[in-house]
Design a protein around this ligand. Structure first.
Ligand code: NAP
Length: 263
């Protein structure tokens, strides 16, 4: 059942990567609840089928496709099939991110640094670049990158991850400036701690290394004294891609309950 009364995204088509679970799922669901047609995607076919089924059962207009963001053919067919299915693409949300390896930034080994930057930064750049011809065919298109609060203020113990997420904030600003005359807006969401498989894994890894760094202690440092929800992340993205945000581009919106980012 759609309990969201806004229909400000009716007539828009959105592609959301890594959207069969967690924050991406919350974003895809909210965009669809506000009237968009949404292409769901992730690496595993069974996850795609399950999520499409769940959202379709709620009466939402979604379709699904396998897309590992690191696979060029998957990315191309994601966009091509979305246009075939829904008639075009107005919104790209680049949400996929790799689980951080623990360690201070200068302790990162080269291969984990490369992997982090490949998935988090290069694939986000490629997705935006490859979506652009489709976005240019529509009026008032949008790109949203999903960074992290750690991209604004690095978490020392997930150093390489934090720096990769900072790069996305730079990518947002640079891409926004280059597309401003084409009326394509580019913005970024920086989630704080949101309870998902990703954050639970990070937390338990941190906990194994140092019990003071687990999720419970991190949540205790959030002024709002709780983690965020995937619905709250979806709400921020729905605003950013809607006409309500028509004068906002190149910005990163932190949604972290006031967290100050020091672990
Ligand atoms: P999550 O709950 O673990 O969800 C992961 C989703 O990504 C699943 O749908 C998974 O499905 C898909 N996925 C994983 N690797 C993929 C790939 N290479 N290509 C396509 N899909 C892929 O993660 P999350 O917490 O929602 O995180 C989403 C984003 O938010 C990430 O960029 C993360 O850095 C960022 N973030 C999260 C938090 C947090 O506290 N949760 C905080 C700040 C930022 P398959 O297994 O089927 O691929």
């Amino acid at each position: 059942m759609n309990s969201i009364s806004s229909n400000r995204l009716t007539g828009r088509v959105a592609v959301v990567t890594a959207s069969t679970e967690g924050i991406g799922y919350g974003i895809a669901r909210r965009l669809a609840q506000e009237g968009a047609k949404v292409m769901i995607s992730s690496r595993k076919e069974e996850n795609v089928i399950k999520s499409v089924q769940k959202l379709t059962n709620e009466g939402l207009s979604v379709s699904g496709q396998v897309c590992d963001v690191t696979n060029a053919e998957h990315r191309q067919s994601l966009f091509k099939n979305t246009k075939e299915k829904f008639g075009g693409i107005d919104i790209l949300v680049s949400n996929a991110g790799i689980n951080p390896k623990l360690g201070y930034v200068l302790e990162s080994d080269e291969s984990s640094w490369d992997e982090m930057f490949h998935v988090n930064v290069k694939c986000s750049f490629l997705l935006a670049k490859e979506a652009l011809p489709y976005l240019r065919e529509r009026k008032g298109s949008n790109i949203v990158f999903v960074s992290s609060i750690a991209g604004l203020h690095p978490y020392p113990y997930i150093g390489a991850y934090s720096v990769s997420k900072t790069a996305l904030i730079g990518l947002t600003k640079a891409a926004a400036k280059s597309l401003v005359t084409e009326n394509i807006r580019v913005n970024c969401l920086a989630p704080g701690i949101v309870k998902t498989k990703f954050s639970t894994d990070v937390s338990s890894n941190l906990n194994q290394r140092n019990s003071k760094l687990n999720m419970t202690s991190s949540v205790g440092r959030i002024p709002m004294q709780r983690s965020g929800t995937i619905e709250e992340m979806g709400a921020v993205v729905a605003f950013l891609v809607s006409d309500d945000a028509s004068y906002i581009t190149g910005e990163t919106i932190a949604a972290g309950g006031g967290i100050d980012c020091r672990l």
